[in-house]
Design a protein around this ligand. Structure first.
Ligand code: EPZ
Length: 420
């Protein structure tokens, strides 16, 4: 096991390169199930979740190898149509293999990601969509069993613009007989990028980037290569790291258009920005102003940036309200931030942050990916030393965050620990 040891107080200065999008590549990797071939994905982040997906695909017969940021995938010898609990319990994105398996092979046995199909991490929209396409779905022993002769295109309306359901249904529909219309589809950049990847493979998808996707089924697809889009959540996290420490940080290799909501809220908080091409520089004179946010689907303020915003508002002189509308319980970072001296009250799905309080170093424990990132941000402004435990959560979605922050001047070390 490892932990971060962070000494707060340093202003971050300099440049940092943003890695490829975790949620982009985790959708593209299972898409290779749809066609026997060899693929090269570039700008792939070196993350635990990418390794987990590679292991899952490997157990199905898909060979993959990551060299630097190039991921080579060979999907010509698939021999298993199962995603066992051991993989899916580690990473919900494993559920993305369901759509392509049913779409190409007409069969799949995929573990439920946790809880049941209807909660607390529901997949009901995925299953309803596949049933509408003609798959027979049953749930046995915590597994989804899907069977289909040939999926038939149809109209599917999503009650919630679910990212995962949109991805799974789109991947199932590209080889279906006839046309599928997905309405209220997610329009997150990672879904748009998945659609473009499928089109490069020969799929016929119209309405890309809108919430109505029209997919004309084709008989087969071809291998191709693709560059993964930049990770907009890492980009937003690094911008907040610069601003929370009252430094000046430039992120490179990002797509500024994917983080307009975060930039806009940071400007409201008093941050100054310079944006040119794939570079964004943030600078701030003094602490931020308190600014309320409410998370929303894209292009609204991302739920994956909610915990980082809570940390940022600890620095603001005043009260701010952070409301989470996507998940019912995404506040596990609050008690840990309170251990640093943060004054935060919870009211339903809103965190009320009384900013400007002095934070002092303590030992804190990560419990999920983005919440752990918020603890690192809090540690950067806490007086003294903070130890962040269970940093395997962070390594799931941030490539070498300690190396990147150290290069910006943060006093952060990754050390072995037997503390769990
Ligand atoms: C994706 O998860 C991301 N993960 C999440 O990022 C992100 O928080 C989420 O989208 C929202 O943007 C990946 O892309 C791998 P959803 P996903 O289906 O697809 C409900 C991170 O930190 N819902 O859009 O699982 C669901 O309960 C991760 O990188 C149903 O009700 O999210 C939630 O309340 C965390 N029924 C809401 O929709 C369903 O069948 C959004 O979920 C599916 C979802």
């Amino acid at each position: 096991m490892e932990k971060f040891v962070i000494r707060g107080g340093n202003k971050l200065k300099g440049k940092v390169r943003i890695s490829g999008a975790k949620n982009g590549v985790l959708a593209m990797m299972p898409a290779t199930i749809l066609c026997p071939g060899v693929f090269t994905l570039r700008n792939v982040p070196n993350l635990r979740d990418v390794w987990t997906m590679s292991r899952l695909l490997n157990d199905m017969g898909i060979y993959s190898e990551l060299n630097g940021d190039e991921l080579f995938i060979d999907s010509r010898n698939i021999h298993s149509f199962e995603a066992p609990y051991e993989h899916v319990k580690k990473m919900r994105a494993s559920f993305y293999v369901l759509g392509p398996l049913v779409g190409r092979f007409g069969k799949a046995k995929v573990s439920l990601p946790g809880g049941c199909a209807w909660g607390p991490r529901p997949v009901d929209l995925h299953l309803k969509g596949l049933e509408k396409l003609g798959a027979e779905i049953s749930i046995e022993g915590g597994y989804v069993i899907a069977k289909a002769n040939k999926l038939i295109g149809t109209r599917i309306h999503l009650d919630v613009p679910s990212v995962g359901a949109t991805g799974n249904i789109m991947m199932a529909a590209v080889l279906a007989k006839g046309t599928t219309i997905i309405s209220n589809a997610a329009i997150e950049p990672e879904i748009t990028a998945l659609a473009k990847f499928l089109i490069k493979m020969g799929a016929k998808i119209h309405g890309v980037g809108t919430n109505i996707l029209e997919i004309e089924g084709v008989d087969s697809l071809n291998q191709t290569n693709e560059v993964v889009i930049p990770d907009r959540i890492e980009a937003g996290t690094m911008l907040i790291a610069g601003a929370i420490t009252e430094g000046t940080v430039t992120i490179e290799g990002c797509n500024p258009y994917h983080i307009t909501s975060v930039i806009s809220k940071m400007e409201e908080a008093g941050c100054n920005f310079e944006i040119r091409d794939d570079k964004v520089t943030v600078q701030i004179d003094g602490p931020p102003k308190p600014v309320d946010i409410t998370t929303a689907v894209y292009p609204g303020f991302p739920t994956d940036m909610q915990s980082q915003w809570v940390a940022f508002m600890l620095k603001a002189n005043g009260v701010s309200k952070i409301t989470e509308t996507i998940y019912p319980d995404r506040f596990k970072h609050i008690p840990e931030l309170q251990r640093l001296g943060a004054q935060i009250e919870m009211s339903d799905n809103t965190a009320i942050v009384y900013g400007g309080k002095k934070l002092s170093g303590a030992t804190v424990m990560g419990s999920d990916l983005r919440g752990s990132a918020a603890l690192v941000l809090g540690a950067l402004i806490a007086e003294g030393t903070t130890e962040v435990l269970r940093i395997y959560h962070i390594d799931r979605g941030y490539e070498s965050i300690d190396r990147k922050l150290r290069a910006l001047g943060a006093d952060i070390e990754r050390v072995p620990t037997d503390e769990f």
